[in-house]
Design a protein around this ligand. Structure first.
Ligand SMILES: Cc1cc2nc3c(=O)[nH]c(=O)nc-3n(C[C@H](O)[C@H](O)[C@H](O)COP(=O)(O)O)c2cc1C
Length: 102
């Protein structure tokens, strides 16, 4: 599944952090919700972006209108072999979260 968003952040005149994050923030939560919904149905997913090195070629292959729509990820999907998962490593929360000030 390739989530796409109307517009591009790489050729906007005057592109800035606000427009970039607003554009990505308008599609990433939906894609994440899709991943959670898939998980609830026994389908595993992973967020990947490396294919974007060849975004134009993929757009041409799939008929995605490259000038008007930006691909933001490529999410492979497959039924998992069982559900015996374990938590992924995450650094301790106090090393990445700040309260009231950085
Ligand atoms: C922004 C982003 C881009 C990623 N791109 C790729 C990718 O192109 N190929 C890949 O194998 N994993 C990629 N990953 C990693 C996997 O989606 C996944 O996060 C990783 O397997 C770790 O799994 P976990 O989040 O359950 O610990 C990316 C992760 C993030 C956050």
């Amino acid at each position: 599944m390739i989530p796409c968003i109307a517009g591009r952040t790489d050729n906007e005149a005057g592109a800035n952090v606000l427009s970039q994050t607003a554009t990505l923030g308008s599609v990433v939560p939906a894609a994440w919700s899709f991943m959670l919904a898939a998980r609830a149905r026994g389908i595993g997913t992973a967020w990947t972006t490396l294919h974007l090195m060849h975004e134009k070629a993929i757009a041409d292959l799939l008929g995605i209108p490259y000038d008007d729509f930006m691909q933001v990820a490529l999410i492979p999907m497959a039924y998992t072999k069982g559900t015996n998962f374990k938590p992924a490593y995450r650094p301790p929360v106090e090393t990445v979260m700040h309260v009231d000030a950085w």
